[in-house]
Write a protein that binds this ligand. Structure first.
Ligand code: R5P
Length: 323
């Protein structure tokens, strides 16, 4: 099993992140940001940007693989936001860490416990595709509710209507404008925003608003038994164009590899890829680059080699709006 040990050196509350330029109004607000072990840097960046005090977490993995977490600061009488992504590796362990932190916060007297989960594991099993399946993401939400979470924020969940089935108020934010801004800063204003399937067209449209170029999509069908996909490009002319393929998730990379090959065959000049959640399982990154993608840009919902865009401004804006 790929269990990793994630540790934070014990820190007294005095050493916790303090607002550098917080206004009186910000200091008066009592929301505290709990640094989930999987998103410590992101949570600290959110604290720094909002001025909300950070509560460190001490964590370890026991020799038998079980998770341990402990809040290293007071949350008595406070609203709290636990920032904890649940991407691989150990997404199940990270979900449990989140649940344990919610329980710890409740027991320590927190008033409202919000979960900020940049990447929500199991979000793609949002319906019973085949007879005999469950709806994993709904099970996760009920588990989190039982643990003490009463508000939920995620980023670019695979299917937004899923959130309507959650047992607490839940919303999804979009990181696509931040990713598109990254490409604009690199000089690719006017690039074609391309969705690898029709379902992600809303993502391409959000990017188009920032890139200020054209928008288009490929078509993709997936065999539910084998997982194999078939992609086609009908009525799309990309010859000589700079194209940015945009998707919510890159998992095995098959979708992006297929799209990049089509675009290169059709004479695209430059091909880039922007995704919110770059899981990049196995050799996905290499296969995507080998297929002709010049750069892969993801966010810190999945910390790693392509997490070049931080979600801190997006999450900070959302938490500040909750006042
Ligand atoms: C599916 O509809 C998603 O939006 C992604 O396109 C998909 O999860 C990517 O998976 P993979 O990288 O394995 O092709």
């Amino acid at each position: 099993m790929q269990f990793e040990t994630e540790k934070v050196a014990p820190q007294s509350e005095d050493k916790a992140l303090k607002p550098k330029h917080a206004s009186k109004r910000e200091e008066a607000y009592t929301l505290k940001v709990i640094s989930g072990p999987a998103s410590r840097e992101l949570a600290e960046a959110v604290s720094a940007q909002t001025g909300f005090q950070n509560v460190p977490v001490v964590s370890k993995i026991f020799p038998d693989g079980e998770s341990y977490v402990r809040l290293d600061g007071s949350v008595q009488g406070e609203d709290v936001a636990i920032v904890q992504t649940t991407c691989p590796p150990m997404q199940d362990g990270r979900l449990f860490q989140l649940a344990f932190l919610a329980d710890s916060a409740r027991r320590a007297g927190a008033k409202k416990v919000a979960a900020v989960v940049p990447y929500l594991a199991y979000a793609r099993q949002d319906k019973t595709f085949l007879t005999g399946e469950g709806i994993s993401v709904e099970t996760i939400a009920r588990m989190l509710k039982a643990a003490g979470i009463d508000q939920f924020v995620t980023v670019n969940i695979h299917s937004e209507p899923t959130l309507g089935q959650f047992p607490f108020p839940a919303k999804t934010l979009s990181a696509i404008p931040l990713i598109a801004e990254y490409f604009v800063k690199k000089g690719f204003k006017g690039a074609l925003a391309l969705s690898p399937d029709k379902g992600a067209m809303y993502i391409a449209k959000q990017a188009q608003e920032v890139l200020d170029g054209d928008v288009g999509h490929l078509s993709k069908t997936r065999d539910r038994y084998t997982g194999q996909t078939v992609q086609t490009a009908e009525g799309l002319n990309v010859k000589g164009q700079t194209v940015i393929i945009l998707d919510d998730i890159i998992s095995t990379g098959g979708t992006i590899v297929g799209a990049a090959k089509i675009l290169r065959e059709q004479g695209a000049k430059h091909v880039f890829c922007g995704c919110v959640h770059g899981l990049l399982i196995g050799d996905a990154e290499k296969r995507i680059l080998d297929a002709g993608v010049e750069e892969i840009v993801g966010t810190d919902s999945v910390p790693g080699s392509v997490s070049k865009v931080s979600l801190a401004p997006l999450i900070s804006q959302e938490l500040k709006a909750q006042k």
